[in-house]
Write a protein that binds this ligand. Structure first.
Ligand SMILES: Cc1ncc(C[n+]2csc(CCOP(=O)(O)OP(=O)(O)O)c2C)c(N)n1
Length: 825
């Protein structure tokens, strides 16, 4: 007999009809639901545990159970797509009751009873129907719109969760920490479309017992404990729903209490969830503790896992039938039913009637839904992934900070580059040209003045001003409440940013080196960038991540400090990836990045080429051609907007940019590049022009994801010869994507055709020749050996000459030719 859903369903009925329930009932004093359980049964708040309370909790548990049973049935009928159940985890109903429905909740995937009860508290009438819609991946599912079965709701203040276990913990702590920070700044926390949150809100975060071991979870606990240790408010209730197993791996008995019972700053509670009144007490007390003290607490709620890990899990592979049946005998629903009958609140018949009536309620809702609509096009699926309102973003990016705020931001005396309050003449746009690090620093000051909700944080960013001094002076000017050092844990840094973004802040975290983004990349991939997608853009966690990036550092680093791999970032759906090559661009792009976050809730990674931070010269020592004036604060560069340098620009001072008119000249080739590649390409372009009479236009892409495909095609078509200079790795890097844009007609599965032209971009009637110059697929070695595996200006000259020799006249229907070159091959 292996339909365990039928078994637990039948067990309940048989219990109500059996000897045990009858005997309990006979011995029980008959009580009205409005009576207290017993005089002594008062909760920690002094409220007696009445029959009405237990009845309602029981009802929510039963709703959850019938939803689970229905999910299995829907799967069998191939109308439903989700069978991870909440069965046995129904004790979490107490969290639905004693945590307010206005307290943001980041939940485990077994939260059916919790949500059913929270829906009761929050007056959400359509909980059953909404859950059925999510099982069926219907586009009418009000939160995810059919993109995933999530536990979440706008009206109940529950953002969606992914299936990556423990990944919601860092953001939960980040949100908890933001309450205190916002309060100190006089800002009001608000959560997505739910809106403003009460000031005494706490964060609820639930997870399984195996999940606590995950490093993301451990980092989050550590961060919460550290905050408590420093007396920083961190009002979060962690709840471990301990069923003793993770898929097939048992958690050693006593591990959770051993691991969490005595953590510094973390108050520990534990209770057997099958004892509902006791679970009410423990939860109420834990919630009261967190709300009153603004300190973290950890509740171990003992539950049972029924129906295996998921519908697809064959539990007999690791449990005997006897073990499975023993777990079923410990079913929390049976425990609550027993308690209700024993206390005289319900008879066995009334208990069964409630169970059956709830089953009919769910069935009726399902019948009424019929076959609800599904997502029917790729465009529909993608709609909330990466919202972009160009006009609004542009207007926001060009909006100046209040004049007075700017004067204050740049008014620090005694710091070079800053001015005395009120001295308008010395605002940064009136200063002499500086290198990129200085301009980013000024831009950050300006943006901090513009956005009171903006925060800058990361390792060493405060007093030290970051490893490269890009954040120097910010703490002194804006205070430790807005510019602060974090723990040395990239997962926590990103989690803090996501949580802060959720609550309405504009976080600008820093990760010290590109290599260390990889350390924590799931926080971007799995969490940050998926929130809008899985909530139909009803929840957002805007953030702008600054990363000191890429290679070519002279005299420092080697390997990971010179990391040049961005493939893993480009691969993240919805992530905007920006990479300036010069100071004025950096300032203008950063304004757009903040505007993208502010207006469209976007997640942005801003890659700052370390080697260009302090670069002053372009062609010769002392030419100062890579210094830039600070652009006035009402200038911005739009997402996707590249910069084109005509050959003469390289010849002159590198500062000039042509109009981005692809047909504006008769150049010999186009160099498509970014970051350090821009500088090297301009150096190469001068050699090409002076020594060989070859006119190379250099195109700085500036935005690496999404790539501006029409712009790339147009720049390629302008000359018919394209050299891609990509300092990143040969495999998986930007060059592959550009080559694909130039070489292929694309029509992704179900997507509208991207390139409807039969012929690739061409100049006149010729074909486009493409060469690719990239870094080698390797870690970067220390010292001068780095140059053996990275493109150099001399390589660019060589490749450009080879390309210039190729005729652009050819067969009109011919696809682009591609020749590749990379260092170290
Ligand atoms: C990071 C990650 N690794 C692996 C998985 C696959 N997986 C899904 S649930 C699970 C076990 C989780 O167990 P536990 O935290 O005890 O929760 P339970 O399912 O028992 O409620 C695993 C390994 C995952 N979803 N995420």
């Amino acid at each position: 007999m292996f339909n365990r859903a039928a078994v637990i369903d039948r067990n309940f009925t048989q219990f109500c009809q059996g000897q045990e329930a009858a005997a309990l009932s006979r011995a029980a004093p008959r009580r009205e639901l409005d009576e207290a359980l017993a005089q002594s049964d008062a909760g920690p708040a002094g409220s007696p545990r009445g029959g009405r309370l237990l009845y309602e909790l029981f009802e929510s548990q039963v709703v959850s159970r019938h939803l689970d049973l229905t999910a299995r049935e829907l799967r069998r009928q191939e109308r439903g797509y989700y069978t991870i159940s909440s069965s046995g985890h129904e004790p979490n109903v107490v969290l639905g009751r004693f945590v307010r429905h206005t307290d943001p909740a980041f939940l485990h995937y077994r939260s059916g009873a919790l949500m059913a009860e929270r829906a009761r508290q929050g007056g959400a009438q359509t909980f059953i129907r909404d859950t059925l819609l999510s099982f069926m991946a219907s586009s009418r599912d009000p939160l995810a719109g059919g993109r995933h079965k999530v536990w979440g709701s706008v009206e109940l203040c529950v953002p969606p969760q992914t299936s990556t276990i423990a990944s919601q913990l860092p953001r939960s702590v980040g949100a908890a920490l933001s309450f205190g920070r916002m309060r100190r700044q006089g800002l009001k926390p608000a959560l997505g479309r739910f809106g403003e949150l009460p000031l005494d809100s706490i964060i609820l975060c639930t997870f399984g017992d195996a999940s606590v071991n995950h490093s993301a979870a451990q980092g989050a606990f550590n961060l919460a404990c550290y905050a408590a240790h420093r007396n920083l408010p961190c009002p979060i209730l962690f709840v471990c729903e301990d069923n003793g197993i993770g898929i097939s791996v048992e958690t050693a008995a006593g591990w959770i209490a051993a691991a969490f019972g005595a953590r510094p700053g973390l108050r520990f509670f534990e209770v057997d969830g099958r004892d509902l009144p006791a679970a009410c007490d423990a939860t109420e007390e834990a919630v009261r503790f967190v709300r009153a003290t603004r300190r973290p607490a950890f509740l171990r709620l003992q539950v049972v896992r029924l129906l295996g890990h998921a519908g697809s899990d064959v539990e007999t592979e690791y449990h005997t039938l006897e073990e499975i049946a023993a777990a079923e005998a410990r079913d929390p629903l049976l425990a609550t039913a027993r308690r209700m009958i024993e206390a005289g609140f319900l008879t066995p018949e009334e208990t069964l009637a409630l169970y059956e009536a709830t089953g009919r309620r769910v069935a009726d809702e399902l019948a009424e839904l019929g076959q609800p609509p599904l997502l029917t096009s790729a465009a529909q699926v993608l709609a909330p992934l990466a919202p972009y309102s160009p006009a609004r973003v542009s207007a926001e990016a060009r909006r100046r900070a209040d004049d007075e705020a700017r004067l204050r931001a740049f008014a620090l005396d005694g710091i070079p580059g800053f001015v005395k309050h009120g001295d308008r003449a010395r605002l940064p746009e009136n200063q002499p040209p500086r290198h990129m690090a200085a301009l980013i620093n000024w831009a950050l000051h300006d943006l901090m003045a513009k956005y009171p909700e903006m925060q800058v944080f990361g390792e060493d960013v405060a007093k030290k001003g970051g490893v490269y001094h890009v954040t120097a002076g910010l703490t002194a000017r804006f205070g430790v409440g807005r510019v602060f050092n974090t723990l040395l844990d990239e997962t926590s840094i990103l989690g803090m940013a996501i949580g802060a973004g959720h609550l309405g802040l504009l976080p600008v975290p820093e990760i010290q080196y590109l290599a260390y983004v990889h350390n924590a990349i799931d926080q971007l991939r799995g969490e940050a960038c998926s929130t809008q997608f899985f909530s139909n853009d009803q929840f957002r966690n805007p953030l702008v991540l600054r990363v000191a990036s890429l290679a070519y550092q002279k005299g420092f680093g080697g390997h990971f400090h010179n990391d040049n791999s961005i493939a893993a970032l480009r691969d993240i759906p919805g992530l905007v990836l920006a990479c300036p090559s010069r100071g004025d661009d950096a300032a203008r792009m950063l304004r757009t990045c903040l505007a993208l976050a502010k207006i469209d809730g976007r997640v942005v990674a801003f890659l700052e080429p370390i080697a260009l931070y302090m670069t002053k010269d372009l062609h010769e020592p002392g030419d100062g051609a890579w210094l830039c004036g600070y652009p006035p604060p009402d200038e911005a560069i739009a997402l996707g907007e590249g910069r084109v340098y005509e050959p003469e620009a390289a010849e002159a001072d590198g500062q000039g940019a042509a109009a981005n008119d692809p047909g504006s000249s008769a150049d010999d080739l186009t160099i498509l590049t970014f970051g350090n590649g821009v500088l090297m390409s301009l150096q190469a372009a001068r050699v090409l022009l002076r020594e060989r009479g070859v006119r190379a236009r250099v195109v700085d892409l500036r935005w690496l994801s999404p790539l501006n495909e029409p712009f790339i095609r147009a720049q390629a078509a302008a000359t018919g010869r394209v050299l891609i200079v990509d300092e990143g790795r040969r495999s998986g890097g930007v060059s592959e994507a550009i080559a694909a844009i130039l070489l292929a007609r694309e029509a992704g599965a179900g997507l509208p055709e991207q390139d409807s032209g039969a012929v690739l971009p061409q100049r006149e009637s010729g074909r486009v020749s493409v060469r690719r110059l990239t870094g080698a697929d390797t870690y970067i070695p220390l010292g001068p050996a780095a140059n053996l595996v990275l493109p150099t200006a001399a390589d660019i000259v060589r490749e450009a000459l080879a390309l210039a020799a190729v005729s652009t006249k050819g067969d009109r229907a011919c696809a682009a030719a591609s020749v590749e070159s990379h260092r170290g091959a």
